[in-house]
Design a protein around this ligand. Structure first.
Ligand SMILES: NC(=O)c1ccc[n+]([C@@H]2O[C@H](COP(=O)([O-])OP(=O)(O)OC[C@H]3O[C@@H](n4cnc5c(N)ncnc54)[C@H](O)[C@@H]3O)[C@@H](O)[C@H]2O)c1
Length: 332
């Protein structure tokens, strides 16, 4: 598993191990200092851009999570996002294929649907309309992986909804986690947009469960196939999520920062293919996950002092300012 010590990977490595998989995790360790509630990971960076053939020898499958993982990071330097999210993905896939790895599970994203009207539910055949460099790399990544698909190599594209839920590699730059942490720490459910964008959601352990469903499925079923991963009744507007958070944190109230008005990234997604083809159904609802997060943030003593540590862009800028990371994200 690449990106194994990130937000999703930290949960997924354990989940797969509990399912009986023998997992090797590698990661550039960009966020080794960003653990919640506390702690630091042992630092042993591995860079997907520098992957070697030996890295992939002897494995049945690669789960590729390594990426600059959100829209603001993509805006930091679009070409860097392209080099890591696209070029390094294809580099790893080529090496994996040459090493005889049969399956390659790519963490794609529903954000590739981008600016949709929100009127229709988008299935895997819907047009892609990415509005950020990050989302563009998911489109180009899927396409280039598809060109590598053959009888011996089966890439699968999991188009994950926006993820929420506890992970020791906490991220607060994703909407449910952000709203819950802010509400617990400040009593305000602070929206940065007008809240009208549609944004489907999925729990972090359900993303891990989806990977297991792919790994266990027959090859023909997942070969060169995309699956939207989420639950249809958790296609919510950001404002609806805020209302659920306000209900879960007594005394909190919704406020608007006015930073940005209308968010062009708005899409409602049809998740029925994963259910019918893979038999995959998420276990968590957003409402349940918000309850879990609120309790977890209270127990861990989340405070606004910590917030920047859990925002990917802020941590990278901090590491650059400290001279530890170069501008092309190599450890100095
Ligand atoms: N979190 C979400 O809401 C969400 C939704 C859809 C898709 N995804 C995708 O899932 C994957 C994991 O996301 P996440 O939320 O865990 O993000 P994350 O930022 O927490 O984790 C990504 C990990 O990749 C590592 N990484 C970055 N560049 C690397 C490189 N060159 N070589 C090796 N490792 C590198 C980072 O150190 C980090 O640990 C990403 O591909 C992301 O695009 C995430």
């Amino acid at each position: 598993m690449t990106g194994a010590r990130g937000y999703i990977g930290s949960v997924m490595t354990r989940f797969l191990a509990d399912e009986g998989y023998d997992v090797t995790g590698v990661d550039l360790d960009l966020y080794h200092r960003c653990r919640f509630p506390s702690g630091e990971l042992e630092f042993s960076p591995w860079d997907a851009r520098e992957a070697t053939p030996e890295d992939f020898e002897g494995y049945d499958a690669v789960v590729h999570l390594a990426a600059l993982s959100n829209d603001p990071l993509g805006d930091l330097d679009p070409s860097l996002t392209y080099r890591i999210n696209h070029d390094a993905t294809i580099h790893c896939a080529r090496l994996a294929k040459a090493a005889g790895v049969k399956r390659f599970v790519f963490a794609s994203s529903c954000s590739l649907y981008g600016a949709a009207s929100g009127q229709e539910l988008l299935d895997e055949t819907a047009p892609m309309s990415p509005v950020t460099p990050y989302a563009e790399t998911k489109v180009t990544g899927e396409k280039a992986l598809s060109e590598l698909a053959d009888d011996d190599f089966s890439p699968t594209y999991l188009r994950n909804a926006t993820v929420y839920g506890p992970s020791p590699a906490l991220r607060l730059d994703i909407v449910v986690n952000d709203l819950c942490a802010t509400a617990v720490a400040t009593g305000e459910v602070l929206l940065r947009s007008d809240g009208q964008a549609w944004r489907p959601q999925v729990h972090v352990t359900d993303v891990a469960r989806a990977v297991v469903a792919v790994l266990q499925a027959d090859r023909e079923v997942v070969h060169d196939e995309a699956f939207n991963i989420g639950r249809s009744d958790d296609n919510l507007k950001v404002l609806e999520i805020a209302e659920l958070v306000a209900d879960a944190v007594p005394g909190s109230r919704i406020t608007f920062s006015g930073e940005s008005g209308n968010d062009p990234r708005s899409y409602r997604v049809d998740f029925s293919k994963a259910a019918s083809v893979l038999g995959f159904k998420p276990r968590w609802t957003v409402a349940e996950g918000i309850g879990e997060l609120v309790a977890w943030f209270r127990d861990g003593g989340i405070s606004t002092d910590d917030f920047t540590r859990y925002r990917r862009l802020a941590e990278i800028k901090r590491l650059m300012a400290e001279g530890r990371l170069s501008e092309d994200l190599r450890w100095v």
